[in-house]
Write a protein that binds this ligand. Sequence first.
Ligand SMILES: [Zn+2]
Length: 126
Amino acid sequence: MARTEWTKTNIPKHMLTVIDRYLDSDFARERGLTSRTDVILGALRMLFERDGFYPHRPRFEPMDVTNERVRIVDNALQRITTVRLRSRYLLCELCNARECIHIDFALSLPDVHRLLPTRSRVSRGW
Ligand SMILES: [Zn+2]
C-alpha cells in the first residue's frame, strides 16, 4: 500500500516501550513482525477480526505454484513467503527453516503434493 494512503495517530509513549519489548521477543520473530507498525497493525487486525469489524481471512492463501516453489500469503503476518521445493526437503524463505507452518500449509496443497518425489513423500511421511 502506498504511504500516501496512510495517516498518523498518537499513542502513549509507554506503549512504545511495550511494543519495543515485544519486537525483541520470540513472539515477534515467529510472527515475522519487525517494526512498530507491524505490531500495531497486527494488534488492530486481531481486535477487529475478533469483534467482526474486519473481514476474517484464512491464515494462509496459496498465490502460485511452480515446479520449484510455492508462494503463500500469510495473512496473519501480512507477508508473502516462498517455499522452495528441493529434491529432499522444503525450505521456507520467511522462516529460513525446513519445518514451519508455511511448509505444513504447502504440503496440504494437492499441486505441491503432486510435485514431490514419491521417495521423499515416503521417507518424510508425506
Ligand atoms: Zn515458514
